[in-house]
Design a binder for this molecule. Sequence first.
Ligand code: SF4
Length: 408
Amino acid sequence: MACGIYLHIPFCGRRCPYCDFNTYTGMESLIPDYMQAVRAELQLHAAQEPNPAGEPLRSIYFGGGTPSLLPPNEVGRTLESIHKLYGIDDQTEISFEVNPGTVDGARLSAYRKLGITRLSLGSQSFRDEQLAVLGRDHSVAQTRETIEQALKCDFRSLSVDLMYGVTGQQLCHWRADLEQALSCGAEHLSLYNLTIEEGTPYARLRAEGKLPLPNEGLLRDMYISALEETSARGFERYEVSNFARTDHSCRHNRLYWEGRGWLGLGAGAHGFTAKGGAAGLGRRWWNLRLPRKYMSAVKTGHLPWAGSEDLDLRAAIDEELLLSLRTRRGLRRERFAERFGFDPAVLLKNSLKELSEEALIQVDSQAIRVSEGSVIITDYAVQRVASLFDRRSVWAIVSQHAEPRRAG
Ligand code: SF4
């Protein structure tokens, strides 16, 4: 059964030129009907897979888009429906993405009273010049005001996003941004390297040679200074881009990285059932992307799926490697063996020893992890571990001996 729910709110006041998320401007008038469709989709899932164990959800996440465009009454109605069908208790983490400039103290206080426990703030930078380069719809003063109001409302956790690798950004700018984020009262930081996504205005500018970006060396220095500064201020890096004080890591992120199930609700949302699919190794699905098409599909009484994929053994193993090795906990040997029927640290002992000697990974009785010194090249380290499974001899043994647990 699902351990969490993700709700996608595909509306934004303005489109940022680097963004390729499923989000739309000028459609806010759809919000009441859209949220009604989200609640109807929830009912459809609950009819198919009720919650017989009666265990409350571990996490609910309102993401987007800009969830803070939602009036509190819509948030309240939606949480009520979720509570009736799946159960919320005081251990459920309820996260909500907020863009500065879209909320005031009264709205934040209303969200808090409805049970939201965690705010994730799309701050991106504490420099107005950089916000302008990023095409953001808010100022640093608005970010500061939102943080001040959020702290007054006493959310359990406050997270801020920062972006590095931006045009014109220098190491001193990045260090100053980090300093502001680390001292603003937030317990969680998400630090993203700007990526150029196909089809965005940024991709066009880049292709025309009009978007100079920091070189590899500078990006590396920025990431290293993030590792140093966060660690010096008591934040733990629990995933490549995510840092938190003790007990403040994002539960939704953890469900995702630990390969647990969640319902994805809303236009373009993705969901995952950990034990579903033909092989019992997991099924992912994704909804229709366009809000109006999504809403019409829900009205017909069918799940608004655009597609689904059952994971086979190879895909499930690849996914487990890719997600778990990006986290500090690493790949849990016992969980892997339970899921796939073999312990990779035993089967690949000699090859993993070579990677350990190269100081790329560490293997102990519990886990395989990317070593602290190699975290900056995590993608490369993950690729090297994944490539071990490409050897025909290894794959023949895996296919013969793996006994994946099937859904009961
Ligand atoms: S506010 Fe966020 S979701 Fe909306 S366009 Fe900008 S980056 Fe994309």
